[in-house]
Design a protein around this ligand. Structure first.
Ligand SMILES: Cc1cc2nc3c(=O)[nH]c(=O)nc-3n(C[C@H](O)[C@H](O)[C@H](O)COP(=O)(O)OP(=O)(O)OC[C@H]3O[C@@H](n4cnc5c(N)ncnc54)[C@H](O)[C@@H]3O)c2cc1C
Length: 397
């Protein structure tokens, strides 16, 4: 595992990736008074931007403004941002990156923040109209087609699939949401909550088909129909594949950096090679019980930056206890999860007005999480109970 960077070194910290994790790491370096060079290397042409709006406001054409920090921020903080020239290899012995155009970039400390690659369905032909959604340009491309589409098929009812279905409905598109599991998000939040999410989408006119997969797509110059595994054929002017993502680590092949469902790190983000760190969706950090956990949620990134950067600089990281959190906006309902709810937990639904809901998750008598749909205040009020490992009886009264 690597040693600390301190303040020295002519090459400074090089961050590979142009998203939230890269931006947060650079910000945190300056906040921690690191005065050496900071360079962000991105394969995208845009300054680091926020992804949550891509399936929400951007897709619905409500905004195009997703940039996390303006160009002036990077200039004022002396942070170099290299765009459109991703890293394609790293030599950890020479402490050098090779960029897509062949440039060699030396580093004192390397932070890997390359996020995820959306999974595709290998048997699908490469037809216009079939989309994945991970970056800004993909959101704009889908938005353009959604403007004239009548029928959409969303494959996969995870968070992104559900949000895309909701946004397309708001745009007036007929949506079939296809999910092989018994209910949306069943493997993450359990079937009970999955049923409530199904109800929400059906109330908005989404044709939710659970327990079926896709068998194929048909088209000519573009996609026209999707055949489901139960033999049903559904019209499709656009198809969105939202079946999950994998860590973006192919470029690390041959580097010797340990990768196993993400870049393997200790509990402060140190990778297996000296002077190598990883953060964000691509990073698998050791947890308190010695397991490896990779989190794909927005708020986790800043939490990790507050640990990784001070550790890298040889400073004491803040030891604030953070309770994991994520949200998903579907129609007017903000779905929020606090803590570590799992599908196998006992779920206590304590509020349900036919649309909005609130549920506590119990494991061995202890409250481990709360999931709310449309109850932001009540979700947040449970934070201390979850952090302190309170008995479920304290919440159920
Ligand atoms: C559509 C969508 C909606 C979301 N909604 C929510 C939400 O509502 N709530 C929530 O909690 N989370 C949400 N998330 C998740 C959240 O956005 C992520 O957790 C967050 O973006 C992770 O940041 P990251 O920097 O690790 O990865 P990313 O934001 O993916 O950034 C990785 C960057 O690295 C670049 N890159 C990849 N390879 C290279 C390379 N070799 N060289 C240089 N650059 C490279 C990529 O192009 C990209 O710019 C959403 C994600 C998406 C895609």
């Amino acid at each position: 595992m690597s040693t600390s960077a301190g303040q020295s070194g002519p090459n400074g910290v090089v961050i590979v990736g142009g998203g939230l994790a890269a931006a947060r790491t650079a910000e945190q370096l300056r906040r921690s008074e690191y005065s050496g060079p900071v360079t962000i290397v991105s394969d995208e042409d845009h300054l680091p931007y926020d992804r949550p709006p891509l399936s929400k406001e951007v897709l619905r054409a409500e905004t195009d403004d997703v940039t996390l920090k303006p160009a002036e921020f990077y200039a004022e903080n002396d942070i170099t941002v290299l765009l459109g020239n991703g890293a394609r290899a790293v030599d950890t012995a020479a402490q050098t990156l090779t960029l897509a155009d062949g440039t060699q970039l030396p580093y004192d400390e390397l932070v890997i923040a390359t996020g995820l690659v959306p999974k595709r369905i290998p048997s699908f032909p490469d037809l216009p109209g079939i989309h994945v959604l991970r970056n800004f340009d993909e959101s704009l491309a889908l938005r353009k087609e959604a403007a004239t589409a009548k029928h959409a098929v969303v494959v996969g009812a995870g968070f992104i699939g559900c949000e895309v279905a909701a946004s397309l409905r708001k745009l007036g598109v007929d949506v079939v949401l296809v999910e092989p599991q018994p209910a949306p998000l069943a493997s993450v939040l359990g079937e009970q909550i999955g049923e409530l999410i199904t109800r929400l989408h059906r109330a908005e006119g989404v044709d939710v088909r659970c327990g079926v997969g896709v068998a194929g797509v048909q088209g000519d110059d573009r996609v026209r129909k999707v055949t489901l595994s139960d033999g049903a054929e559904v019209d499709a002017d656009v198809v969105i594949v939202g079946i999950g993502s994998r860590p973006n680590t192919d470029w690390l092949e041959g580097s010797g950096i340990s990768v196993d469902n993400g870049v393997v790190c200790d509990d402060a983000g140190r990778g297996s090679a000296p002077h190598v760190w990883a953060i964000g969706d691509v990073a698998s950090w050791r947890d308190q019980v010695g397991g490896q956990v990779r989190v794909e949620h927005w708020s986790n990134v800043a939490d990790q930056a507050r640990v990784l950067v001070p550790t890298m600089l040889g400073q004491q990281p803040a030891s604030a206890v953070t309770v994991p959190y994520f949200w998903s906006d579907q129609y007017d309902v903000k779905i929020q999860a606090l803590g570590e709810p799992e599908a196998t937990d006992t779920v206590h639904i304590v509020e349900d007005d036919g649309r909005k809901f609130l549920a506590y998750y119990e494991r061995d008598g202890v409250v481990v999480g709360v999931v709310g749909g449309g109850f932001p205040g009540k979700v947040m009020k449970t934070r201390n109970k979850i952090a302190s490992g309170a008995q479920i009886s304290e919440l159920l009264g």
